[in-house]
Design a protein. Sequence first.
Lengths: 278, 210
Amino acid sequence: MLPDPLPAQSLLAGDVPGISRASAWPHEISRDWALGGSTGAGVKVCVLDSGVDPNHPVVGGIEEAVVVESDDEGTPFVREDGESGDLFGHGTACAGIIRKIAPDCEIASCRVLGTDNRGNGAIMAAGLKWAIESGYRVINMSLSTTRHDLSALLHDLVDDAWYRRTVIFASAHNRSVTSYPWRFSSVFSVGSHEEEDPLSFYSNPDPPVEFFAKGVDLEVAWLNGATISSAGNSFATAHLSGIAALVLSRHPDLSSNELKNVLHLISDNTEVSTEVPT
Amino acid sequence: MSMNPNEAVTAGVMAGEDAHGELLESIVVVARAFFDAKAASITLLDEKAGELVFEAVSGEGSDTLPGTRFPADSGVAGFVASAGQSLVLDDVSKDPRFARDLAEGTGYVPKALIAAPLLRGEDVLGVLSVLDRNDETRFGLKQMGLLELFAHQAACAVGVVQAARDARGSLDGGGEMAAISRLAGNLAGADQERREAALRLIDALADLTS
């Protein structure tokens, strides 16, 4: 009797393709190895938000802008955004933070806020799908949806992104709000800390919020070329997106899993302990 | 004579509306006092109109703002309602459009504000905002967390009233509940003999449809 055929996902050992790496993992992952000297060059970052003002001096231009809207039947669609820029200022603020940290990265805007409050969960999901399929390496989404009916779709999308090496940085809710997609493990979820250094961040030993980045006392870009003082997890998320762009610029072959490990290992509160845990 | 179901629900909704209004007023008064701020307000989202409506205001604007509306796709409160994310802003007057819009719309231009969404289940119901601390200290993460607690209270109050309004709406509509409500109203005014006969008929209908 013949054995059952192997499932399509299986490979015989000799058929497993090799993986070539641009650099070897060092014995100890240091900040200098991870991002020293990096400017974010070559890394494409998509800001999923209220749009981005491409003319704001802090943002310094963007590569692409699209907007997601609903048709008459409520089905989201994506079109080029030639004129609206940013409706609220928030997306410009996030883009400005990313630009300050990773000055040479390529920034795109996918506007998913502002047109239709009722449909914004579906519009956000459609924007996320567009950004993943467009091949952006980093997606900054300082927003979430509380719509449970979208959680399965968002879960599928962020898992798909994870395997495509698209890393998604999403703001966590401070309060115990059930919202998505930040709580999924294939997302890099971010809360705030109150320290000054924009490159300082912490790895949370008690997820689902996985990282804390700078989120207070910020001068952020806003509408009409202005800068204003602000705070919030939204901007902490943009900080870590920028830091990820720095790492991926130096180490473009990192998988999503490897990047999360690197960020964990170079976070400010991770250290080698000689004490054996009990 | 006892109230019919329609009247009873209406009375309940009206009482709920009053208590809801008082509770929202109380929340903005307490929030303003707690943060030692010049103003606090709750705006509720009118989805059909695509607008935010001032529902309760304490401090600056309390005599003029309640009931006024502004588009939900602009401004800081619009962002908070749209994104469901809290936001802290200082020196907002640096943004000339922001300052002008607020000045024209409310007569008061804040320097700093903190805003949190009213989240209830899957919905954003509105926004709780606090403007300008009297000692001019900055709003930070701690204040944002506290404001979110107040916003949760407000969302619970709004959620209860909206559920009551939905119940009232179902009695006024053209569906089964409206028909049953009309029947119950007629029964409440009928004499004993007709009432007992009607109840036997209703029992028979219940058997038939079970």
